[in-house]
Design a protein around this ligand. Structure first.
Ligand code: BTN
Length: 249
C-alpha cells in the first residue's frame, strides 16, 4: 500500500486543540499537502467513532492526525485502519515488550484494556476532484491522577505506569516511522493480534437491532468473517462489536 507519493512529512505540534482530526480537515480544505501531521498535547473536543468523545487529558497521551491522499475503494478504509492498528501495536510492543491485541478494527488493547483508538475519515474537497483521508490516532500513555472517567466503563487503560519516565517525542517519532514503513505481511501481523478470533460477539450496525454471531476470522481485505446464529457465514465491513462473556455455572 503506497501511503505517500512524495514521501515528505510536515509535522506541526500544538499544546491544545479542539480535535486534531477537525483541525487537519480545515487545513486539508485550505490546501495542506498529504503528509501533514498534527500532534497535540491535549484536545478539548477529541472525537471517537459513533460520535463518541475521546478523552484527551494534557500530557497523558498521544493525539495525532495524518493527512493522506485518496484511497480508492471502501475496503481501503478498512485496510488503512488495519495498517494503522498494526503500526500502533508494534510501536507499543517495542516499549512494553508484551503483545497487544487489535479489536476489529479500530482499537488496540493491552492487558485487557483499551489503550488506543483509531478514527479514519474520508473528506471530500469540491475544489479537488478526489477525496482525502485523515487518520486520527489517540493513545493513552499514562493514566491521569484521578483515573479515567466512569463513562469509559472500566475499559480504558494506559500503555505505561504512572511513575514511568517516558520520552513522548521519541514514542511519537517511532509511531510515525512505523506508520510509513512498508508492511509486507500486514494480514499476518494483524491476525497474530486479532482479539476477536473464535469469540462469540454482539454486532450493532447503525440503527438496526443488535445480533449475535461467532467470529471465524479476518478476510484478505480486513473484513470480519462471522457465522450467524442460523449457520450462514457473512463478512462485515462495518459495525460495532462487543465480546459476549461466557456464562459459567
Ligand atoms: C475511537 O476510540 O473510537 C477512536 C478514537 C480516535 C481518537 C483520535 S485522537 C486524535 C484524533 N483526533 C480526534 O478527535 N480523534 C482522533
Amino acid at each position: 500500500m503506497i501511503l505517500l507519493k512524495n514521501k515528505r512529512l510536515f509535522i506541526e505540534k500544538y499544546e491544545t486543540v479542539t480535535s486534531t482530526n477537525d483541525l487537519l480537515k480545515e487545513k486539508a480544505l485550505s490546501g495542506a499537502p498529504a503528509g501533514t501531521i498534527l500532534v497535540a498535547k491535549s484536545q478539548t473536543a477529541g472525537r471517537g467513532r459513533m460520535g463518541r468523545k475521546f478523552y484527551s487529558p494534557a500530557g497523558k497521551g498521544v493525539y495525532l492526525s495524518i493527512l493522506l491522499d485518496d484511497l480508492k475503494t471502501a475496503t481501503d478504509n478498512l485496510c488503512i485502519t488495519a495498517h494503522t492498528a498494526v503500526a500502533v501495536a508494534k510501536t507499543i510492543e517495542k516499549y512494553v515488550k508484551k503483545q497487544t491485541q487489535i479489536k476489529w478494527v479500530n482499537d488496540i488493547y493491552l492487558n485487557g484494556r483499551k489503550v488506543c483508538g483509531i478514527l479514519a475519515e474520508k473528506i471530500s474537497d469540491v475544489k479537488r476532484a478526489s477525496a482525502r483521508i485523515i487518520v486520527g490516532i489517540g493513545i493513552n500513555l499514562q493514566e491521569p491522577e484521578g483515573g479515567y472517567p466512569k463513562e469509559l466503563g472500566g475499559i480504558a487503560g494506559a500503555v505505561f505506569d504512572r511513575q514511568d519516565d517516558i520520552d513522548q517525542d521519541r514514542f511519537i517519532k517511532d509511531l510515525i516511522t512505523a506508520f510509513f514503513e512498508d508492511n509486507h505481511d500486514l494480514l499476518g501481523e494483524y491476525k497474530e493480534r486479532n482479539m476477536l478470533a473464535e469469540k462469540d460477539v454482539v454486532i450493532k450496525q447503525g440503527d438496526e437491532p443488535a445480533y449475535t454471531a461467532h467470529v471465524i476470522g479476518i478476510d484478505e481485505s480486513f473484513g470480519l468473517r462471522v457465522c450467524l446464529s442460523d449457520g450462514t457465514e457473512t463478512v462485515l465491513r462495518s459495525g460495532e462489536i462487543s465480546v459476549r462473556e461466557k456464562v459459567t455455572d
